[in-house]
Design a protein around this ligand. Structure first.
Ligand SMILES: Cc1ncc(COP(=O)(O)O)c(C=O)c1O
Length: 377
């Protein structure tokens, strides 16, 4: 069997490592209350009703009522939309539709969301990099150097994990330089936390623009896996050639429709405004800890910070049943950790633990002195 697998497994797949959930860090403390602040999820869930009378049938590939509801919310035409199993499936469909394995490349701007590169590698597509500048703005000169070499350019705004939002003029500059050359994919997974910043109005002007959206963040529905790709009708039709026949399970469509009703949207907006104020307070409190330097901005539902003692702090928090996200391996983010904003109680517990950690004698001396915040928006 091993020989057979060795012979059959694609070379680019051999080089990959399976996805490993950060939840494994908690296996040692089984059974205890835990606080998850590692995946930019919502700390609260809403109630939904699900009817089972159509569960004997396959669902619509693209449930019409769901598309209409999202089109209304996003102020686009339903024929500019497809709905997917989370924004992650949108990323995958774009790569499958527009890149040829072992031939095409995509461009990413690290530090950024990891799935652009992972999805590309899974399909044998090369990943080129135009790293962000030290203030996390786009390096337009480097991005320009890849014109003609890549089929997709991934931009993320608000960007995970830096929390920074891209200015309109930079996005337009990329759209113009790649006009007739590549599709520019703007990932707006966190747009509900920064809604006035949506660049969706650019769709009418730039046919090479695609916007990714999700119900996982502001809408607090990471568990149902529902996202959207907004584009021109022409791009939408290409994506429909590669999508699975039944990507959206019937219960998912039912729940998503309720979330996108007028009352669902109101509930989302209330939650987002509460979380935004928690995020502000939490960031403010962190910035008073002298061993911590706040990094980037807070346009999403998370805050990034640097500490000389990042590894020890991470371990201390895990031992105290709080999971945050280590970002220290990312370009420009040495010694950085990312915290998703939780409910008031979770944020207070985390803050108290971080304060307790730094009050230990061995961590008293070092500070991260410099000016605290860099804002790119
Ligand atoms: C920037 C960004 N895009 C997309 C996703 C994935 O979204 P979904 O849950 O819809 O697949 C995430 C999840 O963390 C993200 O941070």
């Amino acid at each position: 069997m091993n020989n057979l697998l060795n012979k059959l497994t694609c070379e680019h797949v051999k080089a990959l490592t399976p996805y490993e959930s950060a939840r494994r860090l908690f296996t040692a403390s089984e059974g205890q209350a835990r606080i998850w602040l590692n995946a930019n999820e919502s700390p609260t869930a809403d109630n939904y009703e699900v009817r089972s009378d159509l569960f004997n049938r396959y669902p619509d590939c693209q449930p019409v009522a769901l598309l209409s509801a999202y089109a209304k919310y996003a102020d686009v035409n339903p024929n500019q939309l497809i709905t997917t199993r989370g924004a992650d499936e949108g990323i995958e469909l774009l790569i499958r539709a527009f890149c040829t394995p072992n031939e095409s490349s995509v461009l990413i701007c690290p530090p950024t969301y990891g799935m652009y590169a992972i999805s590309a590698q899974t399909f044998g597509v090369d990943v080129k990099k135009a790293p962000l500048q030290s203030n996390f703005s786009l390096d337009l000169n480097t991005i320009k150097r890849f014109v003609g070499q890549v089929n997709l350019v991934f931009l993320c705004s608000p960007n995970n994990p830096t929390g920074t939002s891209l200015p309109l003029k930079d996005i337009e500059a990329v759209l113009k330089m790649y006009e007739d050359q590549a599709i520019v994919v703007l990932d707006e997974a966190y747009i509900e936390f920064n809604s006035e910043q949506s660049k969706q109005a650019l769709l009418t002007q730039y046919p090479n623009l695609v916007i990714l959206r999700t119900l996982s963040k502001g809408f607090a529905l990471a568990g149902i896996r529902c996202g959207f790709v907004i584009s021109s009708k022409d791009i939408q039709q290409v994506l429909m050639k590669v999508i699975a026949p039944y990507p959206i399970a019937d219960p998912v469509a039912q729940i998503a429709k309720q979330a996108l009703s007028d009352s669902g949207i109101k509930r989302m907006q209330n939650r987002v405004s509460t979380l935004n104020s928690y995020l502000q307070d939490f960031t403010q409190a962190l910035s008073h800890i002298k061993q911590i330097e706040i990094v980037g901005s807070q346009c999403g539902n998370f805050v990034l910070f640097r500490s000389e003692h990042n590894a020890e702090l991470m371990k201390y928090l895990v031992n105290n049943n709080i999971l945050i996200r280590d970002q220290s391996k990312q370009f420009l983010l040495e010694k950085c950790l990312r915290v998703s904003i939780g409910n008031a109680n979770e944020n207070n517990q985390l803050l108290a633990l971080i304060q307790a950690f730094f009050s230990q004698a061995e961590y008293q001396k070092t500070g991260n002195n410099q000016s605290n915040q860099e804002t790119v928006s």
